[in-house]
Design a protein around this ligand. Structure first.
Ligand SMILES: C[S@@+](CC[C@H](N)C(=O)[O-])C[C@H]1O[C@@H](n2cnc3c(N)ncnc32)[C@H](O)[C@@H]1O
Length: 264
């Protein structure tokens, strides 16, 4: 049994994540990595290894990856499907310093840091600064969702969802849509080079499976935040699911990618 991030959900989102990511940041990381004989990469909250599949072919040097994940089901499945991936089973909240204590050139994550707290992000940045490793933090949800056709409940729904995103996801109070801004603020206090880029999902009517999964999940999260409005939320979900079935629905879900290269 998987935890809250199921294997099906990770597989469904992977092609959209790959299409959304900014190749320019990977290119810049590749140039930084070029002088190294072997690049030691740690992927935090690796799931089934989507980040490795997107990033590894773009780095152009010999690499050794460690994929940190705390869901035993995802670790077992990821290892059986992708024997080249080397998993470390650990709880990032408890064990961050330990999992980053070995050889380290790059710390990366995708779709992770909106789950974490400010205190946890401060720990991560302190390690990156002390070790002089690069950070590539991809696909951080930025709180913006645009939906077509428009529905009168859209604004409130996104507000409820974004409130749900701030709930504790195992790291203390989650940063949710504020994660990118907090990350930027912490890194701006350091020397080094920062590059950011928008990496939204742009979903057209043919992307019905992902759109349906999103609408269903968002409605569930909104209902947990606003149980008194459960009936209105169910109506919103049914209208949107119908538009998806009719091939009339499009969406933009905002994310951001960020690269930090240490000084020197
Ligand atoms: C949104 S998923 C992203 C997975 C993967 N990076 C991807 O892009 O497909 C977040 C991942 O973080 C993992 N995760 C959440 N909390 C964790 C923790 N405390 N320690 C380790 N992994 C964690 C989840 O199990 C899940 O696989």
């Amino acid at each position: 049994m998987s935890g809250s991030f199921t294997a099906d959900w990770l597989a469904l989102r992977e092609p959209y994540d790959h299409a959304a990511r900014n190749a320019g940041l990977a290119e810049q990381l590749r140039a930084w990595a070029a002088p190294r004989a072997t690049l030691e990469v740690v992927d935090l909250g690796a799931g089934l290894g989507s980040n490795l599949r997107w990033l590894a072919p773009r780095l152009g040097v010999v690499q050794r990856w460690r994929l940190v994940e705390n869901d035993p089901f995802l670790v077992t499945l990821g290892t059986s499907r992708f024997p080249e991936a080397s998993y470390v089973m650990a709880d990032l909240h408890r064990d961050l310093e330990e999992v980053l204590s070995g050889p380290l050139d790059v710390v990366t994550s995708s779709a992770l840091i909106d789950l974490v707290s400010r205190a946890w992000l401060e720990r991560l940045i302190a390690i990156a600064a002390a070790r002089g490793c690069a950070l590539l933090i991809a696909l951080t949800y930025d709180g913006s969702i645009e939906l077509w056709p428009a529905d009168p409940l859209d604004g409130l729904l996104v507000e409820w969802l974004n409130r749900h995103q701030r709930r504790d996801k195992g790291f203390g109070p989650a940063l949710g849509p504020t994660a990118s801004a907090v990350l930027l603020g912490l890194l701006a206090a350091l020397e080094g080079e920062i590059r950011r880029s928008a990496s939204p999902w742009l979903l057209t009517p043919t992307d019905a499976a992902l759109q349906s999964a999103l609408v269903t999940g968002w409605a569930q999260a909104a209902t947990e935040v606003a149980p008194d409005d459960a009936e209105a939320i169910a109506g919103w979900r049914e209208r949107r699911l119908l538009w998806i079935t009719e091939g009339r629905s499009s969406m933009r879900v905002g994310h951001e990618d960020l690269l930090w290269l240490p000084p020197g």
